[in-house]
Design a binder for this molecule. Structure first.
Ligand SMILES: Cc1cc2nc3c(=O)[nH]c(=O)nc-3n(C[C@H](O)[C@H](O)[C@H](O)COP(=O)(O)OP(=O)(O)OC[C@H]3O[C@@H](n4cnc5c(N)ncnc54)[C@H](O)[C@@H]3O)c2cc1C
Length: 426
């Protein structure tokens, strides 16, 4: 009989069916430390529910399916009309729906919202980094939109809603909406002052048309985008909806999707604007100061995202070494391996602690604490640099703890390795 020559021994069982939140003592302690006592009980229960979902076999399977079935660009319908849509795997929609329902875009509307969301976002990165991209950008768009109270009144309730209402329709018909950002152009990403996309005023009401391109535009099926373009008064921030108020499609010409190193579940597009309708956000010439609030929020998410990848890699490494025996002892009991695992755990725990501390500073700053706001200005870029830079070597080292098994896709480690350099580029 095939396979009857041996019995399978000394293999670790899969790490599923556990609570990713309560199983992470450092994360749990950080949430307890930073939340006001009256918020704790409810927040801990909610996060534990999300932790069970993150550790479930179902979520893990969806993440594998979404990664194995990458998005497909559909530029035209069968009759030749331009549609510029991207078809995602059904598992992508399930994951994104779970992330939205878990409040991962709702930080700005709840007391202690940033700490609660940071813990959730860190856990969600352990499931699927792809859906974390639109969840992060939607969360981050809120402070930039708040520079314009009219726009904030229109969009904020949908961006912070816990309903994933998929499909391109006018915003007023949707119970929830997602946002992306488009700054990077072919000739420059870090130096956005090199942007050449132009904005021509349509009327005195802050509406314009845009002409130009963006070289990276992730999550292109989002409902709206914050875009930088050059108006007569200089570089300016704009809101570009995918669907106009009358239900017709805005001009949003998806040229192609990037073939990327990291996750395959999300799409990053190249897009052309050709007379694209846009609404100004903030003053003309103040594009960078307006969008910088969004950039700052995504920077903190880079810290939390990398901390999540690190945590998942270390959890897998420790789990494997607790079961696997070599040279007469569990790997976790071999002195040199203990040393490696301890180093990995310390660094991962430090990243979690730092990310949650910064989220607490964000909550305090929202409540008017200027000292904490000043801390954020200094500490978020420094933390972003350090944690995202350390992510890749740590994840590679953790994968090595699984030996050859860690090099095989089924282990999930290659997916973490491929994702690990992303946040330092972003
Ligand atoms: C998966 C993915 C998704 C993305 N999604 C989006 C998106 O949705 N929207 C969007 O707008 N952009 C997006 N980007 C683009 C991303 O923001 C840019 O790639 C990033 O800002 C860097 O810009 P660049 O690629 O033009 O590199 P460059 O700006 O050319 O930088 C190249 C290198 O030079 C370094 N460098 C730059 N300036 C200096 C300096 N003064 N001194 C020393 N070194 C310097 C950089 O750190 C980098 O290492 C995405 C990128 C990736 C990889």
């Amino acid at each position: 009989m095939a396979g009857s020559t041996h019995t399978v021994t000394n293999q670790a069982p899969p790490l599923v069916g556990h609570d990713v939140f309560t199983g992470d003592r450092v994360l749990t302690a950080a949430v307890e430390r930073h939340l006001a006592p009256e918020l704790r009980e409810e927040a801990l229960a909610e996060l534990s529910g999300l932790g069970r979902s993150c550790g479930s076999l179902q979520s893990r399977e969806w993440a594998v399916q979404a990664d194995a079935g990458p998005p497909v660009l559909r530029t035209h319908d069968r009759y030749g009309h331009r549609v510029d849509e991207v078809d995602f795997h059904p598992a992508w929609h399930r994951l994104l729906g779970k992330g939205v329902a878990a409040g991962l875009t709702a930080a700005w509307t709840r007391p202690g919202g940033h700490v609660r969301r940071a813990a959730g976002f860190l856990m969600w990165n352990q499931v699927d980094a792809g859906t974390c991209c639109p969840l992060s950008m939607t969360h981050a768009a809120v402070p930039a939109l708040r520079t314009d109270p009219e726009l904030a009144a229109e969009w904020e309730p949908r961006l912070t809603s816990q309903v994933y209402d998929r499909g391109l329709r006018p915003a007023r018909l949707k119970a929830g909406a997602l946002f992306g950002m488009a700054m990077t152009e072919k000739q420059g990403g870090s130096d956005v002052r090199a942007n050449t996309t132009s904005a021509r005023p349509l009327a005195e009401d802050g509406t314009y048309t845009l002409t130009g391109h963006k070289w990276f535009c992730s999550a292109p099926m989002s409902d709206g985008f914050l875009v930088l373009a050059r108006a007569p008064g200089g570089l300016t921030c704009f809101l570009v909806p995918r669907v106009l108020a009358d239900g017709t499609r805005n001009v949003f010409l998806l040229q192609r999707l990037k073939d990327k190193l990291g996750n395959r579940s999300n799409a990053s597009a190249e897009v052309e604007f050709d007379g694209t309708w846009a609404r100004r956000v903030g003053e003309e010439g103040r594009g960078v100061p307006t969008i910088i609030d969004m950039v700052a929020a995504t920077r903190l998410d880079c810290v939390l995202g990398s901390a999540g990848l690190m945590r998942q890699a270390v959890a897998q490494a420790v789990h494997h070494c607790e079961y696997r025996e070599a040279f007469g002892a569990k790997l976790a009991d071999q002195p040199l391996m203990r040393n490696v695992l301890a180093d990995l755990a310390v660094e991962s725990e430090a990243a979690t602690t730092l990310g949650l501390r910064l989220a607490a500073a964000q909550d305090a700053a929202e409540a008017g604490d200027e000292r904490e706001r000043a801390l954020l200005r200094l500490a978020v870029p420094a933390a972003k640099y350090w944690v995202t830079k350390r992510c890749a070597p740590l994840v590679v080292e953790a994968a090595e703890c699984l030996g050859g098994n860690g090099y095989v896709e089924e282990s999930g480690m290659p997916r973490l390795v491929r994702e690990s350099p992303l946040n330092s580029v972003w």
